[in-house]
Design a protein around this ligand. Structure first.
Ligand code: GDP
Ligand code: MG
Length: 732
């Protein structure tokens, strides 16, 4: 420990800085000016625990922007002279406003001590602080003081020395986090990492700029690149003037413009809003007031929305509304799209003169496969629209806030809730949305269980199976049960992961409550479109490719010439011997064609793989035909239905065939139907999900773990249900 440390006192004007400075230094102080500006510079010294403390009283400021000379002086002192500890004197009776400066100091990443001064007045106004929690949120020790009575000065000095000591240890051994002696001597707060989530629009630009700054070597030891990028987005003149590259500045302006276009506000106010959101959330979680004082409109709305009693019912009602609207409004356009693809298929069929391999590829493979996916676009876009509106108005942050306590019970955060909700649309954007979770463990757990939220692509499977096997009164409850199973499994898996391989103390972080605002149409549509596009792109690329591959797998290699000749011979025989009975002849010919098609399917690549898998599938009640469809489902869940269609269409030759549903009904029991849904719900998500998990977790290990874990879970669960069901005498 150095024998001498420098400590800067920061704080809003009138927070009691000078009073505390005088308390600490007594007469040992002198007054000067900061060079070049007429801002008073007061310095003094004192001793504590054998350490000489050099105190500098910074000018009083509300913020660390570059709007006034005082702010620039305070900021430059902190950045250039690197005091060992910054003490922020806060008027605790006016906490939210005073914390704005604290947030900025936190973001700057300086060793910080927060002083809740005027705590006598705060108490008189009925505030109760959970100092432990606040201290974790801000990653700083907090001391309560009453300046003009001199209360709390010893504790303040202790906190200062402890913070400086901790800093020394961290610097001495940056990797291991301090040696044993160090660790024993300090008990610093288990801090959050002092990052504010600025929301997807700002974060995206921040990420870009941070990378750019790193590449161009601006992130020296002096500035951290995220902070620098943030300041540039805020259009900080001081920082701008230090960036010499006009190209970089141009990129900054582009970023600012994009933000403005998307949010309809200038970046400064969005950023300030999110900072207040952080403070607001922190205070909601850690400050109790015996006398309710709520000022802004946001506060008043929150009095209802985040109310302990009303919050949850309001939230559940919102969610119900979201799903109700998604499915009722989404229905008619779904029909239109279905009709369109049906029309397209039959038009191609009639316009294309002769049957050929290419025609079969286009109608069965491409139009059928891709059409089956695009049908769900209205549902998915509507769900994303609703989510975008909830996010942009600021309600989503409240939902996360309300869910926080419940989510904590399963070892997750309220913030994990949003990705899970998006997961009902599509796992790919949902996994990308886990980026708001700063803690890697929380993020991984969320990522791993998101696929259990039944995504839009599984819906066609349920839509096919449920009406085939269950009476009408059971349709809605069945669907609900399936979704619930997914949710419950997600909860159970999260809890399991959190208490085994991803164990660890969860770092508390603030559930930001950004101000409510009216979203712009533009930004809502943009946000909806970005997520919807991920889904469509999947349909256009992955699924198109897979449809073609699957089509080929079910159509090739086809029957051998010998088999062909055999079936031809049979046909000839029937035609010759039943010339007088055309009806009987037709029936017999149809039977032959069916057998031929089935033989062709069985000898196809898909059929052979299905057959190979059959012993493995039998405990779940599945046959090789379902097996071939499951291969497709792994590629993308939507393909299951298309593939069942192909499997059963290949096995049919006449026009007036029974519908796929009645075929399923004839071939399988309701128990098997349920097992199909269960397996598709739980089993490995589609390839796109695995790919995005790989990208977002930055490791194949987790992607493969997700793949293997979910498949194994699905297998065991489905087999248990099937075998259990058989024992109970169901579905024999
Ligand atoms: P500065 O502008 O931050 O330097 O604030 P000052 O130190 O000049 O204090 C402003 C006023 O608040 C003075 O009248 C102080 O006596 C008063 N004050 C300082 N600390 C406390 C406190 O803890 N409680 C109360 N009630 N008043 C205080
Ligand atoms: Mg003063």
């Amino acid at each position: 420990m150095r024998p001498k440390i420098t400590v800067a006192l920061a704080g809003n004007p009138n927070s009691g800085k000078t009073t505390i400075f005088n308390n600490l230094t007594g007469t040992r102080q002198h007054v000067g000016n900061y060079p070049g500006v007429t801002v008073e510079r007061k310095e003094g010294r004192c001793r504590h625990a054998g350490v000489d403390i050099h105190l500098v009283d910074l000018p009083g400021t509300y913020s660390l922007t570059a709007y006034s000379a005082e702010e620039v002086v305070a900021r430059n002192f902190i950045i250039d002279e690197k005091p060992d500890v910054v003490v922020d004197i806060i008027d605790a009776s006016n906490l939210e406003r005073n914390l704005y400066l604290a947030v900025q100091l936190m973001e700057l990443g300086v060793p910080l001590v927060l002083v809740f001064n005027m705590s006598d007045q705060a108490r008189a106004r009925g505030y109760q602080f959970d100092l432990d929690k606040l201290s974790r949120f801000f990653g700083a020790r907090i001391v309560e003081t009453v300046g003009h009575k001199g209360h709390g000065m010893q504790q303040l000095l202790e906190a200062v020395v402890a913070t400086a000591r901790e800093q020394d240890c961290a610097e001495a051994q940056p990797k291991s986090g301090g040696n044993l002696a160090c660790r024993a001597s300090i008990r610093g707060p288990q801090a959050s990492d002092g990052r504010i989530d600025y929301g997807p629009d700002i974060e995206a630009e921040l990420e870009k700029l941070t990378d750019l700054l790193r590449q161009s070597g601006f992130s020296g030891p002096k500035y951290n690149p995220r902070w620098l990028a943030l300041k540039l987005l805020e259009n900080d003149k001081e920082i701008r003037s230090q960036i010499k590259s006009p190209r970089l500045l141009e990129r900054v302006d582009q970023s600012r413009e994009r933000i403005e276009k998307r949010t309809g506000e200038n970046p400064e106010s969005v950023i300030a809003g999110r900072r207040y959101g952080f403070i607001s959330g922190a205070c909601q979680q850690a400050v109790r007031s015996t006398i309710e004082i709520r000022h802004t409109i946001s506060d008043r709305i929150d009095a209802v929305m985040t109310n302990r009693v009303l919050g949850l019912p309001v939230f559940l009602a919102m969610m119900y509304l979201v799903f109700y609207l998604t499915f009722t409004i989404g229905d008619p356009p779904m029909d239109w799209i279905e009709e369109f693809f049906g029309w397209l298929g039959s038009s191609v069929d009639t316009l294309w003169p002769a049957d050929s391999v290419l025609k079969s590829l286009v109608t069965d493979g491409i139009i059928g496969g891709v059409g089956g996916v695009v049908i769900f676009l209205p549902n998915i876009l509507l769900l994303f629209l609703a989510i975008a509106i909830l996010e942009d108005t600021g309600y989503m942050a409240r939902a996360a806030f309300i869910m926080d306590r419940l989510m904590h019970k399963i070892g997750l955060h309220g913030k994990s809730f949003i990705p899970m909700l998006i997961g009902f649309g599509c796992s790919v954007p949902a996994i990308m949305a886990t980026r708001t979770l700063e803690n890697r463990r929380d993020r991984l757990v969320t990522m791993l269980v998101v696929p259990l939220m039944s995504c839009g692509a599984r819906l066609p499977i349920y839509a096919l199976i449920i009406p085939a096997f269950f009476p009408k009164a059971w349709h809605a409850p069945m669907l609900w049960i399936i979704y619930m199973i997914g949710i419950l499994l997600a909860i159970a898996s999260a809890k399991l992961l959190r208490s085994t391989i991803l164990r660890g103390e969860s770092v508390p972080f603030v559930m930001e409550l950004p101000p409510y605002r009216l979203p712009t149409v533009r930004s809502v549509l943009l946000h909806m479109w970005e997520r919807g596009w991920l889904y469509l792109r999947k349909a256009g690329t992955v699924i198109l490719g897979i449809s073609i591959v699957l089509w080929a797998m079910t159509n090739f290699p086809g029957l051998s010439p010998k088999q062909q000749a055999e079936f031809e011979k049979q046909r000839q025989m029937v035609e010759n011997s039943f010339r007088s009975e055309p009806q009987k002849a037709a029936a017999l010919l149809e039977e032959i064609d069916n057998r031929r098609a089935e033989a062709a399917l069985e000898s196809s690549i898909a059929g052979r793989i299905g057959r190979l898998m059959e012993p493995l599938l039998r405990p779940m009640g599945f046959d090789w035909k379902i097996g071939t469809a499951l291969i497709g489902a792994f590629a993308a869940k939507e393909v299951f239905v298309a593939q069942m269609g192909i499997v059963y269409a290949v096995g049919e030759a006449d026009e007036e065939s029974e519908s796929l549903r009645s075929k399923l009904q004839n071939n399988y029991s309701p128990l098997v139907g349920f097992c199909i849904m269960l397996f598709c719900l739980v089993s490995a998500p589609c390839m796109a999900t695995i790919a995005i998990t790989r990208r977002e977790s930055n490791s194949w290990k987790w992607a493969l773990f997700q793949l293997g874990g979910l498949t194994a879970l699905a297998y065991v669960l489905t087999a248990c249900v099937y075998l259990g069901g058989r024992l109970l005498g169901l579905g024999i």
